[in-house]
Write a protein that binds this ligand. Structure first.
Ligand code: PSU
Ligand code: MN
Length: 303
């Protein structure tokens, strides 16, 4: 099926791809760096179940022993969850050395897109994507996820961007790079923990079919790059904007005071926000990932 000598598609994933059945890619940085153990493993396994319940085959992506994996076993998911931050957070720039060393890596959105594309998977579900960080006009901290969305033909279903990022600059960057930003059933960019951000999306689409049609058109025109589908957290799990924004501001000032930067900043902020909110942000995070997994599977079914 694929010629890439570094890639191992799990048998079920390879079968689904070759017979044209819907497949949804899932990332593993969220497992090793985005949530604590054991909630990370529980969430990752539930996400796979939800993808199946919605008619698609899940392919959780990671680097294990230097191999690019599209589809993990339960043992491999448990391993990534237990190892946590000991597993390297693998973005695009990390792949060459990790692979050459035969090492493990938890794949970010960027790297998961790369491996999904190699395997022939077009739809990918996660919680949040990286973006332009607050203060990026000085730090130049812009996630490689955005560049990947500009280059690689994989749709990413997420819950919008959280205000640990500069949402306005993130949207400007995506516009410059020609990445369509779709609001699923909304005109407003969702802000991850909350349904609204005050920023508009490019287009509102209301059904999995409409999203699939737009992405198919993009692929068939040969327009390079992916598409960002932003799916608001269900109302019942969304957070009070004042509470979450205060927690985010506090976590961001701590990160600045401690000089945390680079690949460590997003995991640091997520963990601090969960502590400050007494676990409420983690509970919301888990729910929005489930919601995105279901939508991604439905879109994959239409594609
Ligand atoms: N946002 C979340 N949870 C996550 C991440 C982002 O709410 O786990 C992870 C994703 O894997 C994303 C990565 O690709 O962080 C972005 O990291 P950076 O900003 O260092 O590019
Ligand atoms: Mn960064």
């Amino acid at each position: 099926m694929n010629m890439n000598p570094y890639l191992d598609a799990a048998p079920e994933v390879a079968d689904a791809i070759s017979s044209g059945k819907p497949v949804v890619a899932l990332e593993s940085t969220i497992i090793s760096h985005g949530m604590p153990y054991p909630q990370n493993v529980e969430t990752a396994l539930n996400v796979e179940r939800i993808v199946r319940e919605n008619g698609a085959v899940p392919a959780t992506v990671a680097v294990i022993g230097g191999r690019l994996k599209a589809g993990l076993t339960q043992d491999q998911i448990e391993y990534l969850g237990k190892q946590g931050q000991k597993v390297a957070k693998a973005s695009r720039r990390d792949l060459p050395v990790l692979v050459a060393r035969g090492a493990d890596g938890a794949t970010t959105v960027a790297t998961t897109m790369i491996i999904a594309a190699m395997a022939g998977i077009r739809v990918f579900a996660t919680g949040g994507v990286g973006g332009v960080h607050r203060g990026a006009e000085v730090t130049m901290d812009i996630s490689a996820d955005l560049e990947e969305l500009a280059q690689t033909g994989v749709m990413v279903v997420c819950a919008g961007a959280k205000s640990i990022l500069d949402l306005g600059l993130t949207l400007e960057y995506l516009e410059t790079k020609g990445v369509p930003v779709i609001g699923y059933g909304t005109d407003e960019l969702p802000a991850f923990y909350t349904r609204k951000s005050g920023f508009g999306v490019d287009y509102r689409l209301d059904t999995p079919r409409e999203v699939a049609d737009a992405f198919r058109a993009k692929l068939q025109m040969g327009l390079k790059g992916g598409m960002l589908v932003t799916n608001p957290i269900p109302e019942e799990y969304s957070m009070d904007p004042d509470v979450i924004n205060r927690a985010i501001d506090e976590a961001v000032s701590e990160a600045n005071a401690q000089g945390i930067h680079g690949k460590k900043i997003t995991p640091f902020l997520l963990a601090r926000i969960a502590q400050i909110t007494g676990g409420d942000s983690l509970a919301s995070n888990i729910r929005l990932v489930y919601n995105n997994a279901a939508l991604a599977a439905q879109i994959a079914g239409e594609l």
